[in-house]
Ligand binder design. Structure first.
Ligand SMILES: [Zn+2]
Length: 474
């Protein structure tokens, strides 16, 4: 690391209290600085206009030496030279910016304009001294010792002071300093989050401060609405066909019976297939944004694991909704698995049979009778009112932290854990109809904390290799 990166430069601004004589001299210096700026600007302008010549600081400085000695301007010779050197340097920079097309052509200064001057400090002697309490002095040529009122300790190498007068006639000094050692940077501990993927919202995220919803993008919501419409249309068409074949449409179609098809039904089926693909694309894109943000800000990510048992039930309306939610969860899980690996985050898949929705986040009581359609509920044990998704996300966060505490993260068992890692990745794969294809498995913990994060960054090419630790199932 170079010194420039290890240290800071800054300016300390403070009030300056000149004596009456010093104030008079400062006012004189302000006027003289303006005079020198305008003299130099006139020289540069005519040289450029008349001869196409660009004067530089060195030649102007030499010329200024002559100009200052001119007996026609005795007042200039009595004033300290240093602020005028600064004026000439400032103008040099102003022209450099103009020629680089970063700034407009430098302008002549008028009385009442800028009222400031700069003195660079001689590094061989100490010009700024503490005089007790908040007071300090700065020794400047011709001005002598100027009184300053510090607001803080001055650190580093002091390079220059710019004295300026505000519209109220008060003087301030800005002391620039470099080589200030950087203060120890406080790196905030990354948070743990719990994620609930759903239908209504893309994600509900619970962190240490509360919960927030990441809504599904509008395009996704409207495609999903259209998909549901076609699904309803299809079930009406199936019911009509069953009635036509003398079957009861309120009961499932008996095995071995082939339902006749129609052009309209085939068309509906094609539409449903197309919409499924579009919904999956939109959801994947939206989840990529959300998962990237989650992995950036959280060290521990708790997420519901997928279980196939829930899938093997019939494909009713509820089951359809569930399959959509599971497809989202599966995709989220897939993305988080590799993104967490890149960043060394810990992904904890909480067993689906952990009742994240039905557990009261306040008292821990399990409300077994909670129905899926109940989006808000009050805990029968403690009376706390819950939003279903927010409560679930909070519980997933708590459970993930509990599982990590219960496991010993310092002992990665590589052979076994690799197999688990692949199995975990398989959980994320989803079938064409948006159904997950995987067996129920124990929760797994991927990555091993901040140390892994640092290791990962140092050895970038090894992309997805993370230590996986199995933890006991809940
Ligand atoms: Zn409760």
């Amino acid at each position: 690391m170079t010194e420039a990166l290890a240290t800071l430069s800054r300016a300390y601004r403070m009030r300056v209290y000149p004596t009456r004589d010093q104030a008079r001299l400062l006012a004189q210096l302000v006027g003289a600085s303006r005079h020198v700026w305008n003299w130099s600007l006139a020289k540069r302008t005519s040289a450029y206009r008349e001869r196409g010549e660009r004067l530089n600081w060195v030649s102007l400085s030499r010329e200024f030496t002559e100009y200052r000695r001119d007996p026609e301007r005795p007042w200039l010779a009595t004033l300290p030279r240093e602020p005028f050197n600064q004026v000439l340097r400032d103008q040099e920079r102003a022209f450099a910016n103009f020629f680089a097309k970063r700034a407009a052509y430098p302008r002549f200064e008028r009385r009442g304009g800028r009222a400031s001057m700069r003195f660079t400090f001689d590094q061989r002697r100490q010009q700024v001294r503490d005089t007790g309490g908040r007071w300090a002095t700065v020794d400047l040529p011709s001005l002598g010792s100027l009184k300053l009122r510090r607001t803080e300790a001055l650190n580093g190498r002091l390079r220059s002071i710019t004295l300026s007068r505000d519209s109220a006639g008060r003087w301030h000094g800005a002391i620039t300093a470099d080589g200030i050692s950087r203060p120890a940077i406080h790196v905030p501990e990354l948070d743990a989050v719990g994620l609930d993927a759903g239908l209504r919202d893309l994600l509900v995220i619970a962190d240490g401060h509360g919960t927030r919803r990441v809504p599904a993008p509008k395009a996704l919501a409207s495609k999903q609405a259209r998909l549901r419409r076609y699904q309803r249309q299809q079930s009406r068409q199936i019911a009509a066909q069953m009635r036509a074949q003398g079957l009861d449409p309120t009961k499932p179609c008996p095995k071995g019976v082939r339902l006749g098809s129609s052009n309209r039904r085939r068309k509906t089926q094609q539409q449903i297939g197309r919409l499924h693909a579009q919904v999956a694309d939109l959801r994947r894109d939206a989840l990529h944004q959300a998962s990237a943000a989650v992995v950036r800000e959280a060290q521990v990510i708790g997420i519901e694991d997928l279980a196939v048992k829930a899938m093997s039930r019939g494909m009713g309306r509820k089951a359809f909704r569930r399959s959509v939610a599971d497809a989202a969860l599966g995709e989220l899980r897939r993305q988080l698995t590799y993104k967490a690996g890149w960043r060394g985050r810990t992904l904890v898949a909480v067993n689906r049979f952990y009742p994240s929705s039905k557990t009261c986040g306040a008292c821990g009581a399990i409300h077994a009778a909670l129905k899926l359609k109940e989006r808000r509920w009050a805990c029968p044990a403690c009376g706390t009112e819950h939003d279903r998704d927010e409560n679930a996300a909070r519980n997933l966060r708590t459970e993930a932290l509990r599982l990590i505490a219960a496991s010993s993260p310092a002992t990665p068992r590589s052979g076994e854990s690799d197999a688990r890692g692949e199995a975990a990745a398989a959980v994320g794969r989803t079938g064409p109809a948006g159904l997950s294809t995987s067996a129920n498995r124990e929760p797994t913990v991927a990555g091993s904390g901040a140390k892994a994060d640092r290791r990962q960054r140092q050895s970038r090419p090894r992309k997805t290799r993370t230590d996986r630790v199995a933890v006991g199932s809940g």
